[in-house]
Design a protein around this ligand. Structure first.
Ligand code: FES
Length: 147
C-alpha cells in the first residue's frame, strides 16, 4: 500500500489553498482516494502533478488542456521519469514556440513588430506601406515573418 498524504499536507507542500486543490480535483487534474473516514488521501506524486499544473497554467494552458495531457500519466502509482518524459514531450514543442516568440518580443519590444500600426519612426523602414499585412493579421514579425 502506498503512503498517502492529507489535503492539508498537500496544500502546505504546494502552497495552494485547500479550496484550490478541491477545485483541481473537480476539474479532473488529481484523483485522490478516500479513507474509511471519507477524507481525501493523495499520493506524494500529486505534489509534482499539481506543481506541473501551476507551471503549465503560467504558460497559458487551460485546465482542460492540462487535464487532457495529464491523463496520459498512470493512476494509482507514482509516475516514473519515463511517464513524465512522455507528458513533457507534448508540451515541449509548444513551449519552444512560445519561448521563441517571447525572445523575439524581448529583443524587438521597442522596434517594429509588423503589426500594421505604422506608428514608429522605424516602421517606415521595416514595414513600408504595411507590407507585413500580406502575411495576415497580427504582429507578423513576432509571428515568424521577416521584414
Ligand atoms: S510597430 Fe506596428 S507596424 Fe511597426
Amino acid at each position: 500500500m502506498l503512503k498517502t498524504i492529507s489535503i492539508g499536507q498537500l496544500a502546505r507542500r504546494t502552497g495552494l489553498a485547500v479550496s484550490a486543490i478541491r477545485y483541481y480535483e473537480a476539474q479532473g487534474l488529481i484523483h485522490p482516494e478516500r479513507n474509511a473516514g471519507g477524507q481525501r488521501r493523495f499520493l506524494r506524486a500529486d505534489i509534482r502533478r499539481l506543481s506541473f499544473v501551476m507551471i503549465a497554467q503560467q504558460f497559458g494552458y487551460t485546465l482542460p488542456q492540462i487535464a487532457h495531457k495529464l491523463a496520459a500519466l498512470p493512476e494509482g502509482r507514482t509516475p516514473t521519469k519515463r511517464d513524465w518524459a512522455e507528458v513533457s514531450a507534448q508540451f515541449r514543442a509548444t513551449l519552444d514556440a512560445k519561448i521563441e516568440t517571447l525572445t523575439k518580443l524581448r529583443d524587438n519590444l521597442d522596434g517594429c513588430i509588423g503589426c500594421g500600426c505604422l506608428s514608429l519612426e522605424n516602421c517606415k523602414l521595416y514595414n513600408p506601406d504595411d507590407r507585413a499585412a500580406k502575411h495576415g493579421a497580427g504582429p507578423r514579425y513576432l509571428m515568424g515573418n521577416k521584414p
